[in-house]
Write a protein that binds this ligand. Sequence first.
Ligand code: NDP
Ligand code: 2IT
Length: 447
Amino acid sequence: MGVEKDIEKFMDKVKEKNHGENEFHQAVEEVVETLMPYINKHPRYKQAKILDRMTEPERVLMFRVPWIDDNGEVQINRGFRIEMNSALGPYKGGLRFHPSVNLSILKFLAFEQVFKNSLTQLPLGGGKGGSDFDPKGKSDNEVMRFCQSFMTELYRHIGPNTDVPAGDIGVGGREIGYLFGQYKRLKNEFAGVLTGKGLNWGGSLIRPEATGYGSTYMAVEMLKTKKESLKDKTVAISGSGNVAQYTTEKVMQLGGKVVTLSDSSGMIHDPNGIDDDKLKYVMELKNIKRGRIKEYAEKFNVTYEAGKRPWNVACDVAFPSATQNEISKEDAQALVDNGCMCVSEGANMPTTPEGVVVFQDAKILYAPGKAANAGGVATSGLEMSQNSMRIAWSREEVDEKLRNIMVNIHAACKKHGKEGDYTNYVKGANIAGFVKVADSMLDQGVV
Ligand code: NDP
Ligand code: 2IT
């Protein structure tokens, strides 16, 4: 049977078993397409049904999250934790609070997390969780009551050696604080059970910066293979949250000019480039005032386009850093047509499968999220190590470890993704991430 048939047969089974979970199908298909030829050459993985096992979560938790809003009205949300794979270590991955959250989205994220965490070379299994709760427009007290209710169920399933959640969309320092406080109260235990904690109570320096810095380091490594750098490059970034902000900061430090940011309502285009003062404004706007990116356009007198994404703006390098499927085939084509030479995915699965084909056919430098944004979870792994040792590394120490991890991920992708003189980073990340997990699963028997 040909490899195409194997892929089709495998995907038919996944689709039948996980009916209607489109994002999960998409994430699995991207992996299976590049892995099947490799697995066919290594029958031990096939005999042990490693891929079948990796696409079935070890455990899925779904629970009711009741809370009372500021008007005294009872609200009900749904909470989730997908414990996907623990071959390499405790389940590890973020929590997403967004109204779109459902089983399919969290399973796709948990599935990708397993490969990503393996790529970091740290002892981290993979998981993901969250809720359909929408933090937008909620008061701090409402967010706190929600987080306390969410943790009142979650606490019995997690622990520093079992499952260690962190942030993702809609979950930042504020939410991690409330979640940690409730865990500590319920367990009577001060433990490294979450990452992204505040610096005063067990957090790591550089964790807030890590995802954005990491995806910038990945772009630097990719550009180096073409004897290029970020200096004087025009850069398009989507999103304006944690990942987008620190990507902007690092790109600026390395001499690039960031000309776009966005949020779910629209995008700004600042042709002169974002500078330190403007970035400070964005951080305050988004992290403290919790306002809209439109206000940037009003403040600095630049263009705002409602409902638009940044991909029609000419750029040399793009960092999609908002959400899944934010680059369509047409967006990818516009980027390539306008001269974009490098795409480093800060977000998880931001490019549609058709968009990925456009990037790869054009042979531009393209690193998928599971490689490019691994710096976030890697630094979470470093936070866990510091918690276990009860020490705190300096900013320089953590940044250097993060940079090394990204350099090594780039090298692993290059090694496993070599196709003549082109590097297929998707294939490289999938194979490099897979082998360590698969071999560990073989060692550990049928579990
Ligand atoms: P934040 O919540 O801090 O910011 C998210 C940003 O993306 C906001 O600007 C938000 O706009 C925008 N956004 C969210 N959903 C949508 C949507 N459906 N359509 C358009 N824009 C949207 O999250 P992060 O910066 O942490 O996460 C961004 C991406 O990076 C996600 O894909 C996440 O999974 C990924 N990631 C995050 C890591 C981390 O450490 N935080 C690590 C690795 C990956 P608005 O304010 O309007 O909602
Ligand atoms: O997608 C991701 O890698 C994250 N949201 C970060 C996970 C983590 O555990 O730091």
